[in-house]
Design a protein around this ligand. Structure first.
Ligand code: ATP
Length: 270
């Protein structure tokens, strides 16, 4: 079972490390580089996985989890790394990276971006499996809904037995909102991220969320899983867990801040 109190307390410390730099308890620094469709996030942990520092930047250099602007991605990762190094007064050497399940063929590009920014890649993961380093689920399905993709990892007895990914994510919710309200996508994006508007927008984006849940149900039917654990920025949407429960008939859990789960889990694997 997911220990939500532990996960929430831990993630709020990671969130705090965006603005506060915490002194590392041990010397070696672990870095997670999350190259996302919507955001590029770098999380720094110490050797015992205590949060140290974190930086993020809106991305626009990937599509559906795949790098489409290599130079742009390289520039952002380099700048975030330099910012973190200035905050820490230390050089960052190693990192782990992750990509949506099923896009492992693009692992090389992700790796070149990290290496081009001066980091040695020590581990390459799929996103939902990386997220489970934070959740520590033995049995169930971890679902990571980002900007461009919905990925999942089915766990049995602590082992990942299946991974899937489909190119449906938060960007599609923004497109639906933009169409519905006849507004530019940027404005729709801002409305979507405003917690005060979530009650109003959930019925509008519900069909897309149902599609995401259907992706999970298809895999879960086969795997016979009885719990869903959500993460990824799109799961910040208030009420998304209820739609998943209704569509799949499976208990669904999410932490208070699902956004930083995957980048933190990536860092844990460094
Ligand atoms: P991918 O893994 O698909 O390549 P990513 O890693 O960039 O994408 P995340 O950073 O996990 O994805 O999530 C980004 C998505 O989360 C964006 O679509 C963004 O609009 C959405 N998001 C962020 N904050 C909120 C919020 N408060 N409410 C709803 N959606 C949010």
């Amino acid at each position: 079972m997911l220990d939500l109190d532990r996960v929430n307390a831990y993630l709020s410390r990671v969130e705090e490390s965006e603005t506060n730099t915490f002194p590392p308890v041990s010397g070696k620094l672990k870095v997670g580089v999350d190259l996302g469709t919507a955001y590029i996030v770098l999380v720094v942990l110490d050797e015992e996985n205590n949060p140290v520092a974190c930086e993020k930047r809106a991305s626009g250099v990937l599509r559906d989890g795949v790098v489409v602007d290599y130079t742009g991605a390289l520039r952002i990762v380099r700048e975030l790394k330099e910012k973190l190094e200035a905050r820490l007064g230390a050089e960052l050497v190693n990192c782990a990276i992750a990509m949506p399940a099923g896009t492992e063929s693009s692992a090389r590009t992700h790796q070149y971006v990290a290496e081009g920014a001066g980091l040695e890649v020590t581990a390459v993961l799929d996103e939902p499996s990386a997220a489970n380093a934070v959740y520590e689920i033995e049995d169930g399905v971890v679902v990571d809904i980002g900007g461009g993709t919905t990925g999942l990892a089915v766990l049995k007895g602590g082992r990942v037995v299946q991974t899937e990914d489909e190119p449906t994510g938060g960007t599609h919710l923004s497109l639906v909102l933009a169409g519905n309200y006849h507004i530019p996508v940027e404005e729709a994006e801002a409305i979507k991220q405003d917690y005060a508007r979530h009650r109003e927008i959930l019925p509008v984006v519900r069909p897309v969320v149902e599609k995401m849940a259907a992706i999970v149900r298809r895999c879960v039917d086969k795997a016979g899983t009885d719990a869903i654990y959500l993460c990824g920025g799109t799961c910040c949407l208030t009420g998304i867990e209820g739609v998943f429960e209704k569509e799949t008939g499976i208990r669904t859990f999410k932490p208070a801040n699902p956004f930083l789960v995957t980048p933190t889990g990536i860092a844990m694997n460094c």
